[in-house]
Design a protein around this ligand. Sequence first.
Ligand code: ZN
Ligand code: ZN
Length: 308
Amino acid sequence: MSLPAHISLILDLTPVPWAALSRASPPLALRSFLAQALVFLHAHLALRNENSVSVFGALPGRSVGLYPPVSRGSRDRGAEEGADENTFHVFQQVDEGLMRRVEEEVAGLEEVEEDAPPALVGALTKSLCYINRLANPPPPLNPTDAPPPAPHARIVLFSVSPDASVAYIPFMNCIFSAQKLKVPIDVCKIDDSEVIFLHQASDLTGGAFVHVDQREALLQYLSMCFLSETETRKTLAVPTQDKVDFRAACFCHKEIVDIGYVCSVCLSIFCKPVAQCSTCHTNFSPDTLVRFGGVGMNGHGASNGTTA
Ligand SMILES: [Zn+2]
Ligand SMILES: [Zn+2]
């Protein structure tokens, strides 16, 4: 028998792009987006009684858990006990809990915070920790009971902001953790900004990447592209991108580079040949520095130059 599914939603709740989207043509206000995201979650919960959801928000400079509520969510069985009751109750719980928390968090934002980039890495980390806990449930109270099955989990990330290259390293670490946990990261790109790292996240974890061209049809995108669970996807053509931009950000200035220089010991990336790796402190041979045109720098050269 197939396992239940868990969807972890990550919402980019940065106010500035949402304000722009509500004035764009066609408009998509945050409230209307949330209503459609809730219908999507209802559809997922209605597919199977044991299915569960969690929702995390990326606000400017900080991330928050939005659902399940902390008091209940602190126990693993919280979400499952809710799902065992009748489905209408669960719908209501998700709707009320999520809308209230989003309103609280957005209303609590200070004006100074609003320009900071969204804390996507924090939200992704919280989501992966939650999924990891679902994958390793505590032993049942009665030892003769079978432990609850670990669900097939996936992350659906809604993005309305451009990449923050400052967060490149922790973001890549999140992708590697998701790969290890076998959690696909689906990306739903709502605005038109460029997101190289999210391309890589969905490509490396086997998730779907959808740019919403027609915002008035958001719900249709959600139900057609993101509702199928990981097992079903083997027989479906999941929307991905034709071309993935694999450029990386240098570790020294956190800027996206076309050609980078990679430390042969720890694989750190630099935009220029450096005498010493700032991550692992390896000193490079002077010959290599000369070979890569780094003449004029103090000391030694970089190791393997490569296109990143
Ligand atoms: Zn650099
Ligand atoms: Zn190194």
